[in-house]
Design a protein around this ligand. Sequence first.
Ligand code: SAM
Length: 261
Amino acid sequence: MIYAKKSLGQNFLIDKKILEKIVNTTTIKDKVILEIGPGTGNLTSYILKKKPKKIFVIEKDNELSSSLENKFYNQITIINKDVLKVDETKLFDEQVTVFGNLPYNISTEILSKWIINLKDNFWFECLVLMFQKEVADRIIAEFDTSDYGRLSIICNWKLNIKKICDIEPEAFFPKPKIHSSLLLFHPKKNFVKINDPNNLEKVTRIFFNQRRKMLKKPFNQLFNGDQKVLDKLKIDLNLRPQNLNLETYYKLAYEYENLRG
Ligand code: SAM
């Protein structure tokens, strides 16, 4: 008998319609699949039915990893590690499709790690990931809304993101207190080239540090009031951080990087 561990965000997906929907989100046949946090293997079984070329799973829980070993034997490759400590870019020699009903307590950390470490040759073809709805809403938020912020800007830099559906707590066991959302991510062909993603992190951190205040203070802190940057990007310093669209933040990070040489 497996007991769900709260500390590892274990809420297992049991709704067959949702499991079916997840595996129908993208092509699986003959693809290399990576599943994050397979848990008891419910989603893994649905993925296997679609005949992938190979499945790798990363599961931190030792007990669950052994039971997956017994359940699937040699049909899957189990990596019994913390996903935050795995370098996925070194695991595969072809692009993979990633599935994950992510542990909610570290979902944004996992996604940020992938985005920050992304080289231009993406190691994945697409990501099909489940998040707490509130987090998903922040990821896909449009500018001029209260959900818009650092997470939206960082996630949308190199990825196109689409919401597939919301999922009720009843789809899981144990039933969580929150709603969930399934998102689909595809690499963008064109994006603003920022060599060091830490510059985008820094620019967004300083701008959103005081999200209700006008842009003047954070702009001066980063650009020392540089009028050329203001004119080039057509920024009105009387606006608030949430009023600048995604592209403006990427261009600001680009200008900031150039300024620092
Ligand atoms: N995919 C399964 C399902 O849908 O039924 C389980 C999803 S459950 C929300 C999250 C899973 O991620 C659990 O199996 C948990 O043990 C695993 N997990 C939690 N933290 C992890 C980490 N740092 N690295 C890898 N797996 C982790």
